[in-house]
Design a binder for this molecule. Structure first.
Ligand code: ADP
Ligand code: MG
Length: 641
């Protein structure tokens, strides 16, 4: 990476001396200003400047020595990080102000702050600082792992890491599933210092990459921690944790934080700082977010969505549906009906490259993106005007994360949730949530509703492949409702099947096998009969699979075919068959070749070719790794932590 100009003329020795001096200074600054555990600079106002320093109620009291600090420049962080930050950021957000004083002194953090409030920097800064101060180099191997639940979010974290780490000499890599160049990645992964990854791909490297070694790991970060720690990732995360050192710093961040002591025990947090900057906040969602809910009969949902899009042709709209089959159908059908605004779709069955391209395109353009929950967590799409939840979220955290794709940082945003009459209970649950979710119920304006069922019917006649898509959308929707855990909200027997099928343009209602429950005279959905043609039974079998002894790690991404309840959600890499019990744990030590001649370290470009030292500058998200690194010169291994 390039350094700021004035430093370029310094000799390597001088630079190293300067670094050593800076690190010493930073360490003593951090030590002198150490906030007492439990203090939050946002919670109390600083004492008058005249108060004698020795009597500051810092240690043990409620006052944090960082109480007045609002700028990144006021923190004990390196010049290089400050220079990186200054390219984009000056003032800290609340979660950054509250957590950085603690994380910079090496404490574990359990951080909760609303969507869009700047949690990413709250972990990227301490990661970079910790490794910088330990004078980490390529021969030290992996110093930090940052885990994200989706590839897109991992890509975004990686971009932020490159911004803040621009002037550092650390190397970093993006390791996510679905990328084809895993072999090239294996060659380079051992020289990377910071890994930004999804759980499946990381585990693949732990299993398959020769000499892959995390035994020196300093900092583990789980972004969207509650999601990473829930059942969907359980096996993978446990396998990962079993292969990294227990003594390390652990940083967990999310907008909806896990409160499960068991979960926290799994990642062995040590006396963590519980930082919840919005705990006293009146609302759980961003204040500038205006939220609406509407009761929309199932058979009117598409009419409502179409009419909504037609009325908002100048807006950037993110639409959530509950399965990839629905996303595909609605996207293809609406595209053919030409609403007058570009349409895009995103789901876990798409190839990695396409997924990334669509994500980036949506960042840049005014369009409508139809998506599954693959886009519900963490993604920072700039300037989304509307989040439309066509299908009911499975629970309150999912609702909060979906609407959190708009009204980010200081922007405004609006959201609307469609609920079928039988899902009214969800509105009550949202309205009685603590902290509050200020969601208003609004009657849909029927006079503005454009009917598109007839147009869909003729589309299905014209394009036979649309027939199949419509059928699959129908069946997977019902199945997703059937599989939902919260039975107070989701009841498939209350849904008007024929009307729903007709609303998708289907002339005949696809057959669903029902059992008549004589006692209540009610119908209960047992199983869809379209398994083979729909291919939906994969996920169902997975949901009910028996433990297997083999570890399948090379599958293409195969995210939520349908929105399964969390305990059965398949991660986006399809690596759900990993069984920790079958794994042989590695305990290898990293070999450092202290005799290696100075200046002979190799750098690789995206194709794996050897590069000249300073050419190893930033690579794009697609290149994935070997990025932050430049030649750092000889460094004494004994300086390592
Ligand atoms: P979260 O993880 O809390 O949902 P992000 O870290 O994705 O939020 O940040 C949301 C947006 O706010 C991003 O576009 C980011 O660049 C911006 N942001 C974060 N911190 C700051 C800051 N201190 N000053 C200005 N913008 C910031
Ligand atoms: Mg985030």
């Amino acid at each position: 990476m390039r350094r700021p100009k004035p430093r370029q003329s310094l000799t390597r020795k001088k630079r190293r001396l300067q670094e050593a001096e800076e690190i010493e200074l930073l360490d003593s600054w951090i030590e002198a200003m150490k906030p007492a555990s439990g203090t939050n600079p946002l919670a109390v106002t600083p004492p008058p400047p005249s108060a004698p320093a020795g009597r500051l109620p810092g240690a043990g009291g409620g006052f944090s020595p960082y109480a007045g600090c609002k700028l990144f420049s006021q923190l004990p962080i390196s010049r290089r990080t400050k220079d990186g930050l200054a390219r984009k950021y000056t003032e800290m957000s609340e979660i950054q102000r509250a957590s950085l004083p603690h994380s910079l002194c090496g404490r574990d953090i359990l951080g909760a702050a609303k969507t869009g409030s700047g949690k990413t920097l709250a972990f990227i800064i301490p990661v970079i600082e910790k490794l910088y101060k330990a004078r980490w180099g390529p021969e030290d191997g992996v110093g930090s792992i940052i885990i994200s639940p989706t590839k897109e979010l991992a890509g975004q974290l990686f971009e932020e890491l490159k911004t803040v780490g621009k002037y550092h000499t650390l190397s970093a890599g993006l390791l996510v599933g679905g990328r084809k160049d895993v072999d090239a990645e294996k060659q380079r992964v051992n020289t990377l210092n910071i890994l930004v990854c999804t759980p499946g791909r990381l585990l693949q490297h732990m299993d398959e990459t020769p000499n892959f070694d995390c035994s020196q790991l300093q900092v583990l970060v789980l972004d969207e921690a509650d999601r990473i720690l829930d059942h969907g990732f359980r096996e993978q995360v446990d396998a990962i944790i079993s292969q990294i050192p227990r003594v390390r710093q652990t940083l967990l961040f999310s907008a909806t934080q896990t409160k499960s002591v068991k979960d926290l025990a799994r990642v062995s947090l040590k006396d963590p700082e519980y930082i919840s900057v919005h705990a006293e906040s009146v609302t759980a969602t961003p204040e500038r977010l205006k939220q609406l809910a509407m009761i929309v009969p199932l058979e009117q949902k598409l009419n409502m969505l179409w009419s909504f899009i037609r009325r908002h042709l100048k807006s950037k709209i993110l639409v959530f549906l509950s399965s990839c089959k629905q996303v595909k159908f609605v996207y293809e059908a609406f595209k053919k009906l030409r609403p007058g605004i570009p349409l895009k779709c995103l789901h876990g069955r798409m190839k990695h490259d396409v997924r990334m391209a669509i994500y980036l395109e949506f960042c840049q353009s005014t369009s409508v993106l139809f998506s599954t929950d693959v886009a519900s967590r963490g993604l920072d799409f700039p300037a989304v005007d509307w989040v439309v939840q066509v299908d009911c979220p499975e629970d309150i955290p999912t609702y909060i994360h979906r609407v959190g794709r708009t009204a980010r940082f200081t922007s405004d945003g609006r959201s609307v949730l469609f609920l079928t009459p039988s899902e009214k209970e969800m509105l009550k649950k949202l309205q009685s949530a603590e902290p509050k979710i200020p969601i208003l119920s609004r009657e849909p304006r029927k006079e503005k509703l454009e009917q598109i069922s007839a147009r869909l019917s003729s589309l299905l006649v014209q394009y036979p492949e649309m027939q199949q898509l419509a059928k699959r959308a129908f069946v997977t929707y019902l199945k997703s409702v059937h599989l939902q855990k919260d039975k107070e909200v989701f009841d498939v027997t209350k849904l008007p099947l024929e009307e729903f099928a007709a609303s998708l343009g289907l002339a005949i209602t696809p057959k669903i096998r029902f059992i008549n429950q004589k006692k209540k005279g009610q119908k209960v959905l047992v199983e869809a009969v379209h398994e083979q043609e729909d291919g939906i039974d994969d996920s169902y079998k997975v949901a009910n699979r028996k433990p297997q002894s083999s570890v399948k790690l090379n599958e293409e991404p195969e995210e939520d075919d349908i929105l399964l309840p969390k305990k059965t959600i398949i991660d986006e890499e399809g690596n759900r068959d990993a069984e920790p019990g079958t794994r042989v744990l590695k305990k290898k030590k990293l070999k450092i070749n202290v005799h290696r001649p100075v200046g002979t370290r190799l750098k690789y470009d995206e194709e794996g070719n050897i590069m000249p030292p300073l050419a190893a500058a930033i690579a794009g998200p697609e290149s994935g790794n070997a990025v932050l690194r430049t030649d750092k010169g000889d460094r004494h291994p004994s300086l390592r932590l």
